[in-house]
Design a protein around this ligand. Sequence first.
Ligand code: AMP
Ligand code: MG
Length: 347
Amino acid sequence: MNTKVWKVDKYVDNLENNPQVVDAANFLRDNEVVALPTETVYGLGGNAKSDTAVKKIFAAKGRPSDNPLIIHIAEKRQLSTFVEDIPEKAERLIEAFWPGPLTIIFKRKEGVLSETATAGLATVAVRIPDHPVALALLKSCGLPIAAPSANSSGKPSPTNADHVLDDLNGKIAGVIDGGATGIGVESTVVDCTEAIPVILRPGGVTKEQLESIVGEVQVDAALTDEAARPKAPGMKYRHYAPNAPLYMVSGTTKFLHRLVEEKRQEGLRVGVLTTKENAHLFEADVVLTCGKRAELETVAAALYDTLRKFNLEKVDVIYSEVFPNTGVGQAIMNRLQKAAGNKLITE
Ligand code: AMP
Ligand code: MG
C-alpha cells in the first residue's frame, strides 16, 4: 500500500475545509486508517463504528485484540450516542479538561461502536483531543474515530510524522503531518464508572489536577504493584521499548559512571539518557539529553523521540536517569518503567 503524506499547517484558518484534511477525512469515511497529530502523540485513526476499519488499526500496529481503543470525538454532544450516561463527576472533568489529554471511561451503549474497538468490554474510553488538525479531521468526517498511538505495538509512541512512517509506512492509507506533538506522553485514562474516579494510566493531566476538580481520586493498584492485574487491559503489555535493553538508574552520577565504564570495558556500546542539567557529566558512547529536569514537561515532550534515537545510534545497552514521581513525572516514570520492563538499578 502506498502511504500518503498530507502536510498541514496547524495554524492556518478554516482547517475543516482544508483540501488535505478533507482528503484524509474521505479515507476515514471509506473505512481506511489514517495517522493524525494530537496534542499528546500521533494517533492511528479509523471509523469507530466499523469493524472493518478497526481491524485495520489492530493489523497495522500488531496490537493484541484484547486491548481496547480510545474513541476520539470533536464535540461533547456526540457522547450520548454511544455512552449510557455521563456521571456527575465525569461531567465536571469534561468541563475542566476537554478538549485535552484526559480519557474518560464510561458505560457503553450496545450496538453503536465496533465491538473490536472496545475489545468486547461493557465500557468505552473517550476523549476530545486539543489539536486543531485532529479536531478539524474529526469534524470533517463526522464520525467517532478510534485512535491508539500510531506506532507498531511495543515501540515508543510517535511524536512526529517521521516516527509514524518509520513504523507504519506501507501499512496505512496515510498520515497527516502536522508537525511535532506538544505534550509528548499519552492522555491520562480515568475510570468514572464507579463513585470514586480511578486513574488507570497516568498521563498529560496530573492526579493533582483531577483532584482539584472532583476531590478524591484513586490510582489503579497495578500502577504501583507489579503483581496486581491492571484495569486497563493495555497496561499489562511491555510498551515504548527501544531496541537495546534499558535500565533505570537511581543513584549518584558517580554510580552511573561506574555502570557505564563496566559495560564499555565489556566492549559494549553504551547509551545514557540524561537531561540538559546533567549531560556534561557523562562520557558514554552516546549521551542523549531529554529535556530539562527542572521542567518535567520538556522531558515528557522529548522522551519517545529520545528512545527512538537510541535505535538509530545502535547502542547495546541504555542507562537512564529517573525522575520525581509527581505531576507529569508520574506519566514519565510510568513510560520509563514500561520501556525498561521495570529494570531498576539502585545504588
Ligand atoms: P493507547 O491508545 O494505545 O495509548 O492506549 C489506550 C489505553 O486505554 C490502553 O491502555 C487501553 O487498555 C485503555 N483502555 C481503552 N479502553 C478501555 C476501557 N474500556 N477500559 C479500561 N481501559 C481501557
Ligand atoms: Mg499506545
